[in-house]
Design a protein around this ligand. Structure first.
Ligand code: FO1
Ligand code: CA
Length: 314
């Protein structure tokens, strides 16, 4: 089948890995376009030390390459930090942890972008070099930055997430540049032409909304004839990772898989929820969605592949 995943963050990367394991050839597209396409958030992108860092793209690529640091959820395994230590000595602000090998990715990407290569093209090159066979697309090649309104003002995404350890209340989000961004080549076709369209268990506000904010993307999902399946990032009233529960609460939504299902009504056909939330199946069906109840907590590769197979069968 043609499978398209909307992804951001660690939940997106893990499910992308599961789908790549479940599909023939690691999700490599065939002549008819069957295979896996991940459409990835770029609102988390940032500039550090003059380099363009794309955390969500890198987390997907590194995870599919089997090279991601699985304990932290981001960055490469077996990293060293000699460069960051030297940058600190030279007086640079080094609150954003960049490993020596990870920096090589940012050097290649930044050089390519400066030479006029689109982000989607350099991403394809990096993914291929690391042995990734699925298609990884940034949602846009244009500049798009998530800005977070907090009680102490508006801050850039990584300032909120890493520097301030997502401790601030999120009062609102702005996707700077989204209004004039164009979907990257292949994005709209991957959405409208999919057989199965999966919304990863990523943060609905921080990871999925910035993808949908690119003009044409939400409409392509809404009008897609694909079987559209979302996985709840909230299990038992808590987020698997990150601030999704806090943000739901602050923005006035129910902190549960039902709260997430309400956000995705009109966008997906099927809500996948954890066994722990089986009691919410009825209320979610009342919204007009189909419900699959399963173990959604992926853990390692076997769990990721098992969940992916269930989604493909939904
Ligand atoms: N997350 C952290 O919590 N602290 C870091 O220092 C950090 C560095 C970092 C470097 C490269 C990269 O690709 C990701 C990195 N992340 C770090 C993760 C990342 O900022 C967030 O998890 C995502 O943006 C949220 O989706
Ligand atoms: Ca479970």
């Amino acid at each position: 089948p043609r499978v398209t995943l909307l992804a951001g963050g660690v939940g997106g990367a893990r499910l992308a890995h599961g789908l790549a394991l479940a599909l023939p050839g690691g999700g490599a597209p065939d002549d008819e376009g069957r295979g896996l396409t991940a459409v990835v958030n770029v609102g988390d992108d940032t500039e550090r030390h003059g380099l363009h860092v794309a955390p969500d793209l890198d987390t997907v690529v590194y995870t599919l390459a089997g090279a991601n640091d699985e304990d932290r959820g981001w960055g490469l395994q077996g990293e060293s930090y000699a460069t960051l230590e030297q940058l600190t000595r030279l007086g640079e602000d080094t609150w954003f942890t960049l490993g020596d090998k990870d920096l090589a990715t940012h050097v290649v990407r930044t050089a390519a972008l400066r030479a006029g290569e689109p982000l989607s093209a350099v991403t394809a090159r990096l993914a291929a070099a690391l042995g990734v066979r699925a298609r990884i697309l940034p949602v846009t090649d244009d500049r798009l930055r998530t800005l977070v309104d907090t009680p102490s003002g508006r801050v850039a995404f990584q300032e909120y997430f890493v520097r301030r350890r997502h401790a601030d209340a999120v009062l609102g989000l702005t996707f700077d540049g989204a209004g004039t961004a164009l979907p990257a080549p292949g994005v709209l076709d991957a959405l409208t032409g999919a057989d199965v369209l999966v919304v990863a268990p990523s943060n609905p506000f921080l990871s999925v909304d910035p993808v949908l904010a690119v003009p044409g993307v939400r409409a392509a999902v809404e009008s897609s004839t694909a079987r559209r399946v979302a996985v709840s990032p909230i299990v038992g009233g808590r987020a698997i990772k990150g601030p999704a529960a806090q943000i739901l609460e602050t923005l006035g939504h129910e902190v549960s898989a039902l709260g997430v299902a309400r956000l995705y009504t009109g966008l997906v056909d099927v809500m996948t929820i954890d066994d722990a939330d089986a009691a919410l199946a009825g209320p979610i069906r009342d919204l007009g969605l189909d419900v699959v109840v399963t173990d959604t907590v992926m853990g390692g590769p076997a769990g990721r592949e098992r969940l992916a197979r269930e989604l493909l069968a939904a």
